[in-house]
Design a protein around this ligand. Sequence first.
Ligand code: GDP
Length: 365
Amino acid sequence: ALTAGIVGLPNVGKSTLFNAITKAGALAANYPFATIDPNVGIVEVPDARLEKLTELVVPKKTVPTAFEFTDIAGIVKGASKGEGLGNKFLAHIREVDAICQVVRCFVDENITHVSGTVNPIDDIEVINLELALADLESVDKRLQRVGKMAKQKDKEAMIEEPILVKVKEQLENGRPARAAELSEDELKVIKGLHLLTIKPMLYVANVSEDEVADADNNEYVQKVREYAAAEGAQVITICAKIEEEISELDDEEKAMFLEELGIKESGLDQLIRKSYDLLGLATYFTAGVQEVRAWTFRKGMKAPQCAGIIHTDFERGFIRAETVAFNDLVEAGSQAAAKEAGKVRLEGKEYIVQDGDIMLFRFNV
Ligand code: GDP
């Protein structure tokens, strides 16, 4: 499964946020998996379409799709040189697919800040520098080998070398590898390097309880937004402390609490939604009377691969899929009415599944 890693300096609110994630996950009644790793928190992906489908189909049960966060503690200055738990920390980041960086934007005299004062840009730069230095080392090492091979007219090396040079340029200028804006093909060539700064980054600005409803007025948040915009990254604002409280409430209580606070969507729901987007993920549904269920897939996946998410046999024996778009089904009011209206399509092996598709797979066993 794809996972997003939560990183940040000490005392910025990581544990508080991660607590909120694990509590929310534990509360989710339908949650079909069991987590063993204490550093992994699993949350349901909120999706209003699933509720609508449940109303239409009235199944015995409804199962949302889930998303994983990994808690990656332990970044310190000098991590890339192997200081402290640095190396372990970087190894953990290598394993995640996106990075959520928690940034302290709340002022609280009682909670010490590692560098003395609240300064989110300095904090971000401490972390990003460690990541960039680790990447620069990987790229340099690789470039030495590939450079030699390219001189001997090795075809693959001749393709790889200029890509590495492009990435190196960015890193040396203090920018992430992702700023090199490589094409899909170029990315494939250097995939084996597992660069840290090529992963999508989401900044999670943690603001205080009394500022969360109007977070964009917080000057620290404004600075984080400017910084992120310059490197093409996204920002969300949350109050980790409030998220921890919300995570213990049921849906109805949660809605009331959010309204009282003047917030439209909980920070955790925003975090899930944005991480989903960053990873290029989408949702399809299966809708039968036994079970209405949401499934996560990567945008661009074809019908057989999507069937394989449910069971590998579904992919191997794939024949075709009966597909209807969510909006068409809702408009028609039922699967039968959608069929009559010609909205249910028969799709084959080459069909690229769309977000919101309701799928019925036909397969040989
Ligand atoms: P970590 O070291 O990054 O995991 O930080 P923690 O989650 O342990 O938080 C450090 C301290 O900051 C704790 O005392 C938290 O209660 C406090 N804290 C975290 N988030 C917030 C917040 O949104 N507002 C306020 N006022 N305090 C917070």
